[in-house]
Design a protein around this ligand. Structure first.
Ligand code: DX5
Ligand code: ZN
Length: 230
């Protein structure tokens, strides 16, 4: 007889990262992933300082807000964060995720995000251990585990991060709070099942969603979801 408490069936969500979308047609792209079954739009905001790449800012997110009803899952790979929080809230972010490494006062930054009545997320780079966020589990609605070094799409999945996902799932379950666990970077149909089994809920997928062009988005998302639930 299995005495293990049954794990609550967590809803698996797919969050395509527009980093891999056609930047010349972003409104059409977010509409296409919504029609293809995406659960969130994942925005990779990069400042060329915290990460070695520059992408989009609040203006692009604001411009896209009226084109889809999907939740905007905004991943800030920027430092400092605090001066820009209100601009991303005003742009329409539903979830604003900040890096634990982006500044000296993570707790204050998370309180600032939550003061705007949107969901707060914290992200960890591959070299950052799970205990770096143990003290702020009560301040977040989402933990984002980077499974690549942030800056670019299409990179190789870093296998060691699966153990971190398991550790963070343990921290979340021990807290008794419903905190989503998102994984970002190199996620494919080949590793999706292992990530969900390790305790992830939300899978960011840039390349795996946009590969093959617009006619493939629904099949790509369907394949990811099927693999995640297998
Ligand atoms: C890295 C970015 C990427 C992106 C996903 O800074 O955050 O991880 O979201 O890219 P793929 O799914 O193409 O690895
Ligand atoms: Zn991201």
């Amino acid at each position: 007889m299995n005495l293990e408490p049954s794990r609550p069936t967590r809803r698996v969500r797919i969050a395509p990262s527009i980093l891999s979308a056609d930047f010349a047609r972003l409104a059409e792209e977010v509409q296409a992933i919504e029609a293809a079954g995406a659960d969130y739009v994942h925005f990779d905001v990069m400042d060329g300082h915290f990460v070695p790449n520059i992408t989009i800012g609040p203006g692009v997110i604001k411009a896209l807000r009226k084109h889809t009803r999907l939740p905007f899952d905004v991943h800030l790979m920027i430092a400092p964060v605090d001066p820009f929080v209100s601009a991303f809230v005003d742009a329409g972010a539903d979830i604003l995720t900040v890096h634990s490494e982006a500044g000296p006062h993570l707790h204050r930054t998370l309180q600032l995000v939550r003061s705007h009545k949107i969901k707060a997320g914290v992200s960890l780079n591959p070299a950052t251990s799970a205990d770096a966020i143990a003290a702020v589990i009560a301040e977040v609605d989402l933990v984002l585990v980077m499974s690549v070094n942030p800056g670019f799409g299409g990179q190789q999945f870093i296998e060691s991060q699966i153990e971190k996902v398991k550790t963070i799932r343990g921290l979340i379950d021990a807290s008794g709070r419903s905190v989503d666990l998102e994984v970002d970077g190199g996620v494919t149909a080949e590793n999706a099942g292992r990530l969900i089994a390790a305790g992830a809920d939300v899978l960011v997928a840039g390349t795996a969603t946009f590969n093959g062009g617009r006619g493939q988005y629904a099949a790509n998302i369907g394949r990811l979801r099927a693999a995640a639930l297998a």
